[in-house]
Write a protein that binds this ligand. Sequence first.
Ligand SMILES: Nc1nc2c(ncn2[C@@H]2O[C@H](COP(=O)(O)OP(=O)(O)OP(=O)(O)O)[C@@H](O)[C@H]2O)c(=O)[nH]1
Ligand SMILES: [Mg+2]
Length: 399
Amino acid sequence: MQLAVCGKTNTGKTTFFSAATLVDAEISNRVFTTIEPNKGVTYVRTKCPCKELGTKCSPQDSKCNDGIRLVPVKLIDIAGLVPGAHLGRGLGNQFLSDIMEASVLIHVVDIAGSTDSNGNAVSHGSHNPEEDIEFFKEEIDYWILGILKKAQLSKRMEHTHDDLANAIYKQLSGLGINLDNVEEAIGKTGITATSANVDMLKFIEILRELNKPIIIAANKIDIDISGNFEKFKNKGIKIIPCCAEAELALRRAAEKKLIKYLPGDSDFEIIENKTTTEGRQVVLDEKQKRAMEFIREKILKRFGSTGIQKIIDTAVFELLNMIVVYPVENENRYSDKKGNVLPNAFLMPRGSTALDLAFRVHEDIGKKFISAVDAKTGRSVSADYELKDGDIISIKAGR
Ligand SMILES: Nc1nc2c(ncn2[C@@H]2O[C@H](COP(=O)(O)OP(=O)(O)OP(=O)(O)O)[C@@H](O)[C@H]2O)c(=O)[nH]1
Ligand SMILES: [Mg+2]
């Protein structure tokens, strides 16, 4: 599963990406700083069962920090789009296909309105971010329309004997579009292979919403003097305020152990008197302390967090409707063969069954599935048992 950080140029996408992954990448206040996509790993944050079970876990594929389990998710930071990208404007449209590789699009918007539609700096509040939200969806939709038009669907259907859904599905393969969604969108719009562009665009809009949910990261909330965020809150869009710059500063300070902070926390603690292994004292200097205090007062106290973690978690748990399940070998010790307690944390779509989990562990285990045990209750469950968030399951398979 991959999430994409995307949107107009110069909105803070790479800052968001670096804050979420701690991968170093160039950040600057000019347009098109990022050309090649940056790739990294971020984490969703969930409660680890170790606390409630009173045991100490030893994660192998994820991390646990004082009862908070961090489960990895891929993140990609894509070059900025400008209006007309689908026609090749700006850096062109090759990036649109990068965007479509992701399951959720994190659209980073400069909510402070401090950059115009081409990403150039303008006085704060002078650009309306609503335009950016609309243009972004339009770029994707027109780009898909271009692909479908090129396909000459009716000719292709004659040739291959595919029905419309299959013809579209095949044409859009590579965009991570699923056939059920194509059928649903056709059902809702009644399009045919020769429908006019305006009807095709309605179909594409529905298909996009089903396939590539968008969450708006309302970035640069620290300089939003126009109160833009407040205006969007009630418009029925998924939008979360954030300050990528603050998160990056906090994460870097935490990495150096200058502060105690976990992504998503509502506060941090300055670590005084920290000594390195070489015996050097490392502390935040006065300027850094003031910057941290600013973040605490202007961001954390006002919004409850920097927003970055909340956006990642919302993308995975809400928009993709994932749950976290812990497969184990030994249901009494909650461990794998080697004795690692709660070694793995799997993200699975809500509605997945014990059998789906068995296949996820290994195809062979899935094929030879006999039963499963819910380790928390000790009860045996069947193949079609629907997994719950936080379940610890031991699969029993034949030889
Ligand atoms: N005030 C403020 N500035 C921010 C924030 N996040 C990023 N910036 C600034 O916005 C500018 C652009 O940041 P980048 O992360 O390079 O933006 P980008 O969207 O990746 O830009 P391109 O790669 O050029 O498309 C830099 O000057 C950042 O320091 C934020 O939360 N608040
Ligand atoms: Mg960038």
